[in-house]
Design a binder for this molecule. Structure first.
Ligand SMILES: [Zn+2]
Ligand SMILES: [Zn+2]
Length: 151
């Protein structure tokens, strides 16, 4: 379940494809835990997808620590989201998730802007009028006609 669209910078022409939602290959085990498989009679370990999905090193470290202490990933609350910097409006396509740490305690990643360090805010149903800025040059970004959907 998800969709994707494309943003293009009016200044430097940088384009980025923003994915929202969960890809069909993203089973919870593959995403958070990795798995063992047998290849040519040899056991090997496939690393969890979060190694690639979470670009922020500190958030990745914290996540792995919590998982190793028994925190559980919420079944449906994970996937790609469009995030926008609360200060400079630069956009990023970050991987959002929620871990149940204790009965009533949850962990959610707080991504920071690569450019200015301010907290990133998740945008749902972003609109054409939204102020979205280019991560490369800070210029204004606009939606292109490109859209994809998947089940
Ligand atoms: Zn740009
Ligand atoms: Zn920023």
């Amino acid at each position: 379940m998800g969709n994707g669209f494309e943003l293009e910078c009016l200044s430097c022409k940088y384009t980025m494809t923003i994915l929202e939602g969960v890809g069909f290959m993203y089973y919870k085990t593959n995403v958070f835990y990795g798995r063992e498989s047998v290849l040519n009679n040899k056991k090997c370990f496939e690393k969890p997808l979060i190694d690639d999905l979470i670009e922020d090193k500190e958030i990745l470290k914290m996540t792995k620590e919590l998982l190793s202490k028994g925190a559980e990933a919420d079944d449906y609350a994970y996937g790609h989201v469009l995030q926008v910097c609360s200060k400079c409006n630069r956009v990023a396509n970050n991987f959002y998730f929620k871990l149940k740490v204790e009965a009533n305690a949850f962990y959610e990643p707080n991504y920071k802007c690569d450019f200015c360090g301010a907290p990133m805010k998740t945008k749902h149903d972003c609109e054409y009028s939204d102020n979205l800025n280019c991560p490369k040059c800070g210029g204004e970004m606009k939606h292109t006609d490109f859209r994809i959907y998947w089940d």
